[in-house]
Design a protein around this ligand. Structure first.
Ligand code: RNT
Ligand code: ZN
Length: 419
């Protein structure tokens, strides 16, 4: 497809959408404002650089052994540079604490901003924001699959101190880059079989979190989020930080609530939860992901639920109250392609939502005209939004159509096979 063909198709699409009452240029300007935070851990199967040989624990799992996993911070940044160059519009990077870049052996409860300075410098050169996460897994002191709720006060102390140290790193990101870092606390705490006491662990988790959050940090630099979950591998019977726990916690303590698309019962969807939660919680963090059987972390597709999430963000005009992060890990395909596919899909979904004939839909609904509403929804599915997407890619310096795959394959041949 030549640039001219893209522009011609765009002009036709623009006329199509204008006839449905939609201003395409306004939609593109709106899309330009939305940053999606890429998760660093797709690049190396959640290993990090603290001890890449350590087993991944915490009830999460990565399957596959595709060539080319990033083994150093420089390799990971090179892969991210490529992935980011293939995605149009604003991006951020979401780091885990185990991705520190230093030759020192650093205990997790002693991490400092300086251990992440190379990431800050890189992000500053790219003019992107950073987000952060304490890493409460893949560590000898998380071997019981209990961290902030551990009955042993010494172990609990270690993880509290790790989370406190993480907040200082996160604040440094926000101060250095001029955009608040969202720090998400997820702990794997849970048990394989039925516990005799569910109250004790939850009270300990609540109190530990309160201690972690005790030090006030300006929201201009750092925001706290908490992420609930239904179950994990080895934590099938009981998850301490369940969804109700964290929803209540976020409401009461004023943190962000993180909704991970893979953390609910099979027919439950987070698209419906956005309007519910945002009625009473100021801000939400999303982990856009795709549940599949037991796995909560398949690559994001442009499927109905991804679209439904985007629709809610756009229809509710809540994009300024929702941080969009991704959370999937697939080692069975090219890892850079996984980032590109998942992130482009999230942005495609947002664009398609922005091109919806909103006024006509609301009018049909106001008149109780379900027939027209359904007809409008279904026509929009096959509207020429793809031509607008191609134009967005072209004008924002990202490859149009499948051209991005040639670049990923070339990098695989030239770089990944030699790792
Ligand atoms: C695990 C949570 C969590 C992790 C990352 C690595 O179920 O979704 O967000 O995937 O922090
Ligand atoms: Zn998650």
């Amino acid at each position: 497809m030549t640039d001219q063909t893209v522009e011609k198709a765009f002009a036709q699409a623009q006329a199509h959408f204008a006839a449905t009452g939609v201003d395409v240029e306004a939609a593109l300007a709106r899309l330009d404002q939305v940053a999606v935070s890429l998760h660093c851990w797709q690049g190396d199967d959640v290993r990090g650089f603290e001890n890449p040989e350590a087993a991944l624990t915490g009830g999460i799992q990565v399957s596959g052994n595709y060539i080319g996993r990033a083994r150093t911070p420089d390799e990971l940044r090179a892969d991210l540079d490529l992935a980011m160059s293939l995605i149009p519009g604003r991006l951020r990077l979401n780091l885990h604490a185990i991705y520190l870049d230093t030759d020192e052996k650093v205990r997790r409860d002693e991490i400092q901003p300086k251990h992440f300075q190379s990431w800050v410098d890189w992000a500053s050169r790219k003019d992107i924001g950073l987000d952060f996460n304490p890493s409460c897994f893949s560590h000898p002191l998380s071997a019981d699959n209990l961290t902030l709720s551990h009955p042993d006060p010494g172990i609990r102390r270690f993880w509290i101190d790790h989370c406190k140290a993480s907040r200082r790193v996160s604040e440094h990101f926000g101060r250095s880059l001029g955009s608040p870092s969202v720090m998400n606390i997820w702990v794997p705490d849970g048990t394989k079989d039925y516990p005799a006491d569910r109250f004790g662990p939850r009270a300990r988790l609540r109190d530990a979190l309160d201690e972690v959050l005790a030090e006030p940090i300006s929201r201009a630099f750092h925001k706290d989020a908490v992420e609930g979950k239904l179950f994990g591998i080895g934590a099938e019977a009981f998850t301490v930080g369940s969804n109700e726990f964290y929803l209540a916690y976020a409401v009461k303590r004023g943190t962000l609530l993180c909704l991970d698309a893979g953390h609910f019962h099979p027919t439950e969807v987070i698209s419906d939860k956005l309007s519910a939660v945002l009625s009473l919680v100021d801000e939400v963090l999303l982990h856009v992901s795709r549940p599949m059987r037991w796995d909560s972390d398949h690559v994001v597709l442009l499927d109905d639920e991804t679209q439904a999430i985007a629709n809610e963000l756009v229809r509710g005009d809540v994009l300024h109250r929702v941080a969009i992060g991704l959370d999937f890990f697939d080692a069975s395909i090219n890892r850079i392609a996984a980032w590109v596919i998942g992130t482009r899909n999230m942005k495609k979904a947002l664009l398609k939502a922005m091109l919806e004939p909103r006024a006509a839909l609301l009018e049909a609904e106001a008149h109780g005209d379900g027939t027209r509403r359904m007809a409008l929804f279904e026509e929009h599915r096959s509207s020429p939004w793809g031509a607008v997407w191609d134009y967005f890619c072209l004008t924002r310096g990202a490859p149009v159509g499948l051209r991005w795959l040639d670049r990923v394959k070339a990098h695989e041949r030239d770089v990944l096979v030699h790792r």
